[in-house]
Design a protein around this ligand. Structure first.
Ligand code: WTA
Length: 654
């Protein structure tokens, strides 16, 4: 366990503050009494939020809490898909656009109304039923950012079949591990996805993964990129063959509030990813309430855009379930930020009059690097709220975002949360909070969070410590799929009775939260969680590698960058071209086992790794090397010349 990064703590010197925009404050969904109301009656507050959904049967108890297991809205029944789609059609809003979908190739767009979405979800639910999918069965989804992905997720939800969406940038190997871990028997995919004008094939990865998953009986394939694909008769079916022809009538079954909705895999501190389990009633309540109060969603007028991938939790909660539960119109964009030009996003905002934009600091910093002229060339005046998520946002990026994208007039909300949380936990409210650039500010109403020291005691304002959540919340994970021990150990054993997030934070003199990054072996690269152990085990699986140590070095654009120190087995040639070829091969090995996102930014081949006398690799010193800092304390090392040699090598290589 490392203490929070002192450089990030320096953020606390930021002293600028921004009042909520007056116009927004006057009409905001969240008025200042919301905090008081939630404080006086936390469960009553959440029950009010839950009542904004449509229940078939209301709950008997709001919460049953037997540490560390929570049940929310006990005895209530509902259907998530009905809440996201049918009820808006039933309320007369079927003609409202649910998604303005923007494909990567220009002019490849679709507007999908709530009515069309309902028909498509029902068709897909019928088709999945014909493929044998029943309530409780897991379905794996490995898809591009296309409307069918949303349809597939909602069809699963409608049937009570928990989906597990695997980010399409993950490798066949990673997909296979996840399919096996949650024992999915059906996989939904596409032939490929578009990435900057070229095809990123998906079906071959599924073929490879499924060849080692004997229990997968059906692969449902959407045609998107239209290249030839291999076909296994009896197993593979085209979406357009079975979904398009299915009936748009489907009577939804109602499920218990605690019925599993999805499993989302995320990296932990060991090599094996964790299947984070979310259930129906509490999760939907949490994402729906946060959309309404943080993003101030007004379904009649807003156009919301979460620019993230559906393969991550941000996409689940803020592209699919949260916005749809509110019946708002969203934009969904398929491609890279610079596909068709570095102003592609700004063109989309202008074309669709986007009012709320939600994205990650790493993307904002990329835009900063590209320059202000790209947003300046477009009319972005429709925007009223800008959101940030995924990693700490540095004040410079916050200010740049507000000025160049928000025209110095929008609210900016820095929202802190995790896959395990389901929805946002710490955030400003745009019509209430006087924001500070770089601070996530305060727990959302109905959320109890604190910062504690190593003994679990609350720290004084101004001191750094660990983020804990002190009361259960509706969107919290209900467990790790198939690994109860790990659930208890990871989140509930560090401190008695509270949820341990694994993040460092500081509360300032006003008690506002500043998040300081992870305190464990999880890296955050462009807002993606990647464990050092996972990358290390991929590297050591290479026949030439003896040992590997991986650190997340701070990076001006991606937040952290992966730097690997690799020692090679005796007799392996690591000089000149042979060394360069080996490094390429190592990067390819990581891409194959995890995915391209986990490829190290830099790999240093070294004769030895620095170790303590008891043989433990000193990653802290390697981080100093990777960040070009003076080396910290080397007295516990068995041989301090090892690390100085590595430092010299690093300086020579950069
Ligand atoms: C980090 C993404 C600072 C944090 C929703 C957390 C943040 C991890 C913020 C979860 C933020 C997310 N400020 N750090 N606003 N938002 N993080 O599971 O370290 O992909 O633990 O969920 O991202 O990443 P995950």
């Amino acid at each position: 366990m490392t203490t929070p990064d002192p450089e990030l703590s320096a953020l606390l010197h930021e002293s600028r503050q921004f009042d909520p925009p007056a116009e927004l404050a006057a009409h905001a969904n969240a008025q200042p009494d919301v905090y008081q109301r939630a404080k006086e009656d936390r469960l009553g507050f959440w029950a009010d939020q839950a009542r904004r959904l449509t229940w078939d049967r209301e709950w008997d108890d709001v919460l049953q809490w037997e540490l560390p297991y929570a049940k929310w809205f006990v005895g209530g029944t509902l259907n998530a898909a009905v809440n996201c789609v049918d009820r808006h059609v039933d309320a007369g809003n079927g003609d409202r656009v649910a998604f303005h979908w923007v494909g990567e190739p220009e002019d490849d767009t679709r507007a999908i109304t709530y009515r069309q979405l309902k028909d498509d979800v029902c068709r897909a639910a019928n088709a999945l039923t014909d493929l044998g999918v029943r309530a409780g069965d897991r379905v794996a989804i490995y898809m591009p950012m296309i409307p069918e992905t949303v349809v597939a997720m909602l069809a699963c939800a409608r049937l009570g079949a928990p989906h597990t969406v695997v980010f399409a940038g993950y490798s066949a190997d990673a997909l296979k591990t996840r399919i096996i871990d949650c024992d999915a028997h059906v996989v939904i995919t596409a032939d490929g996805s578009w990435r900057k004008g070229s095809i990123n094939p998906l079906k071959p990865a599924v073929d490879e993964a499924v060849s080692e998953c004997p229990d997968v009986r059906s692969v449902l394939v959407v045609r998107r990129t239209e290249q030839d694909v291999d076909w296994t008769d009896g197993r593979d079916v085209w979406w357009h063959d079975v979904v398009d022809s299915a009936s748009p009538e489907h009577v939804a079954e109602m499920f218990d509030a605690e019925h599993p909705l999805y499993v989302m895999y995320t990296s932990g501190t060991t090599g094996k990813p964790k299947g984070v389990l979310h259930t129906t009633g509490g999760y939907l309540t949490h994402v729906s309430a946060t959309c309404r109060l943080i993003f101030d969603m007004k379904p009649e007028t807003d156009v919301f855009w979460t620019a993230a991938d559906i393969g991550w939790v941000t996409g689940h909660s803020y592209i699919v379930y949260g916005p749809l539960a509110n019946g708002v119109t969203s934009v969904m964009y398929e491609g890279a930020p610079d596909a068709g030009g570095k102003d592609r996003w700004w063109k989309i905002i202008e074309d669709y009059k986007v009012t709320i934009l939600y994205t990650a600091p790493t993307t904002i910093r990329t835009f900063m690097k590209w320059g202000e002229e790209y947003p300046r060339a477009h009319d972005l005046s429709s925007l009223r709220i800008l959101g940030s998520v995924g990693e700490p946002i540095n004040p410079e990026a916050w200010i740049w975002y507000r000025k160049n994208i928000g025209g110095n007039k929008t609210a900016v909300v820095d929202t802190w949360w995790q896959t395990e949380n389901g929805g946002v936990l710490i955030t400003p409210l745009p019509g209430i909070t006087r924001t500070k650039p770089g601070a996530a500010m305060q727990p959302f109403p109905g959320i109890s969070a604190d910062v504690v020291n190593n003994e679990g005691r609350a720290v004084a304002n101004g001191e750094a410590g660990f983020v804990v959540i002190t009361e259960p919340w509706p969107g919290m994970l209900r467990g790790i799929w198939g690994d109860d021990e790990r659930y208890k150990k990871t989140y509930w054993s560090k401190f008695e009775g509270v949820y341990f997030a694994g993040d460092g934070a500081k509360k300032d003199e006003d008690g506002d939260f500043w998040l300081l990054g992870r305190v464990d072996d999880v890296m955050n690269v462009s807002g993606h969680r990647i464990s050092t152990t996972e990358v290390e085990s991929a590297l050591v699986s290479h026949p030439s590698v003896a040992e590997a140590a991986v650190v997340g070095a701070s990076d001006a654009v991606t937040g952290q960058g992966i730097v690997a120190f690799v020692s090679i087995k005796a007799g392996v040639d690591e000089e000149g071209d042979a060394g360069a070829a080996l490094v390429d091969d190592l990067r390819a090995t990581v891409a194959r086992q995890i995915g391209k996102i986990a490829r190290p930014r830099q790999i240093l081949l070294t004769p030895e790794l620095p170790k303590t006398r008891s043989g433990k690799i000193m990653r802290r010193l390697l981080l100093d090397v990777a960040e070009h800092r003076e080396l910290g304390d080397v007295t516990t090392l068995a041989d301090s010349s090892v690390v100085s040699a590595i430092a010299d090598q690093m300086e020579a290589s950069t």
